[in-house]
Design a protein around this ligand. Structure first.
Ligand SMILES: Nc1nc2c(c(=O)[nH]1)N[C@H]1C(S)=C(S)[C@@H](COP(=O)(O)O)O[C@H]1N2
Ligand SMILES: [Mo]
Length: 216
């Protein structure tokens, strides 16, 4: 509990440094309680795994017909797409119009041949961070496994070589240094979800923490 409190304090302080007033062109696109930034802050647990594209692999495992390890070249060979999306961090910053490049999450999920009962995922990072999401959330067509942002390879601090981006959820669900996608029949809370963060994390419903007054 004390650790959670310290994390939240530290992360809130970081977000205040990046705060700017929201401008008119963005009206209707800033969720409640969020402030617009332009500087794409870095937020994580503090370790930045150093993974080169040559050593990076993405493992698909759990309730699948055949477990699979995708290499960098396997990943590059999948259909590439651009995705424009707004990014909302639970520490109150929002950056609009992020331009991601990568592979749609749905096309990677399809490779796994998940069993019908596999309705939930754990997304694993190389820093041992985890996040839970329903499989259905990753099939949304704005969800991307990104290798680049604004036309440049993702930096190490922003989760390169490959990170997940889930625009309809708070940023903590967007796992950096993506290492594995695990399929389950039941939901298993991830790192923050088991430390008081909301299970869903929809910014438009302000689903920040569980057990808060706005959590019905
Ligand atoms: N692997 C990993 N992914 C992570 C995190 C982390 O600690 N480890 N932090 C999350 C949080 S809380 C946020 S807000 C976003 C921030 O992404 P950024 O640093 O690229 O802005 O990454 C998310 N993905
Ligand atoms: Mo965050």
């Amino acid at each position: 509990m004390d650790i959670r409190h310290k994390f939240i304090q530290a992360k809130s302080a970081l977000s205040v440094q990046g705060e700017q007033a929201s401008c008119d062109s963005s009206s209707g696109r800033i969720p409640p309680g969020q402030n617009q930034v332009e500087n794409f802050p870095v937020l994580d647990l503090g370790t930045h795994p150093d993974i080169s594209p040559q050593t990076w692999t993405l493992r698909l495992f759990g309730l699948v017909d055949r477990e699979l390890d995708l290499s960098w070249s396997d990943f590059q060979a999948l259909p590439q797409k651009n995705q424009l999306a707004d990014f909302h961090c639970v520490t109150h910053w929002t950056q609009l119009d992020m331009e991601w490049q990568g592979v749609s999450a749905a096309s990677v999920i399809a490779l796994a041949h998940a069993r019908p009962e596999a309705r939930f995922l754990t997304l694993h990072g190389y820093d041992d961070y985890t996040v839970n999401l329903p499989v259905a959330a990753l099939l949304d067509d704005d969800v991307i496994l990104a290798h680049s942002v604004f036309g440049r390879a993702l930096s190490r601090e922003h989760g390169g070589p490959v990170r997940l981006v889930v625009p309809k959820r708070y940023g903590w669900k967007s796992v950096k240094w993506l290492k594995a996608i695990e399929f389950h029949a039941t939901d298993r809370p991830g790192f923050w979800e088991s430390r008081g963060y909301h299970n869903e994390g929809d910014p438009w419903r302000e689903e920040r923490f569980s057990g808060m007054p706005n959590d019905e």
